[in-house]
Design a protein around this ligand. Structure first.
Ligand code: SAH
Ligand code: DHB
Ligand code: MG
Length: 220
């Protein structure tokens, strides 16, 4: 089956399952108009992140890699009253667009956007004693293993950690591919190997974003 059909099937279901959402659509339009790369999760994946955050009854969420805040909006909407989400973004231009999108979504009071490299932000959050029930790691792929470690250090019992883009159209098992993003996924796999604190699996996805996947780890 072709990638075009995967995208059509995504749209066919989402048309029926999701009411049109002006806030999410405006976030996509604003991000595109500002020249941000179209790296956000699909609508179907956004709903999946929302659902997983609900399933673990997350009250605190960590996101690494905000871009224009599209996945941030999905995740923040999964929170109960009084819940909080902290999202990390290194690019000031992306952060500015995200702030605008989060304000339009009326989520500015729920979301704390920490501007700066996550390599510095996450150890600071850990040292502040922060704890998270759900983490979505979706920034620079070479740092995946490092972010996973830090998310694990801040995870509450039963917390879920999701890492985006771990399949990359299968490139991850192509031994000749030395792309640093792919190497980052391979290092993550080695990091999770025999990690006794989590149950981990891969969720391969096809759809609007082609063939890709999430690593899903749940704290024992
Ligand atoms: N989660 C978003 C997409 C994120 S794209 C969504 O699905 O809607 C990846 C983002 O990570 C980009 O905005 C990029 O600027 C940011 N990023 C890259 N390296 C980073 C780093 N070291 N620290 C924090 N953010 C980083
Ligand atoms: C791309 C997709 C992503 O989900 C991401 O986080 C980074 C890059 C891409 O399509 O290249
Ligand atoms: Mg991604």
């Amino acid at each position: 089956m072709s990638e075009k059909s995967w995208a059509e099937i995504d749209r066919w279901f989402i048309d029926a399952l999701e009411p049109r959402d002006e806030v999410l659509e405006a976030a996509l339009r604003t991000s595109e108009a500002a020249g941000l790369p179209p790296y956000q999760v699909s609508a179907a994946q956004g709903r999946m992140l929302f659902s997983m955050a609900r399933m673990v009854r997350a009250r605190t969420i960590l996101e690494v890699g905000t871009l224009g805040g599209y996945s941030t909006i999905w995740l923040a909407r999964a929170l109960p009253e009084g819940g909080r989400l902290i999202t990390c973004e290194a690019d000031p231009k992306h952060a500015a667009v995200a702030r605008e999108n989060l304000a339009r979504a009326r989520l500015s009071h729920v979301v704390e956007l920490r501007e700066g490299r996550a390599q510095e932000t996450l150890p600071r959050l850990r040292d502040e004693g922060r704890r998270f029930d759900f983490a979505f790691i979706d920034a620079d792929k070479p740092s995946n293993a490092e972010y996973f470690d830090l998310a694990l250090a801040m995870a509450t019992p039963g917390a879920a950690i999701v890492v985006d883009n771990v399949v990359r159209r299968g490139a991850v098992i192509d031994a000749d591919n030395a792309d640093p993003n792919i190497e980052g996924v391979r290092r993550l796999r080695e990091r999770v190997r025999n990690e006794v604190r989590v149950h981990a699996t891969v969720v391969q996805t096809v759809g609007e974003k082609g063939h890709d996947g999430f690593l899903l780890a749940v704290m024992r």
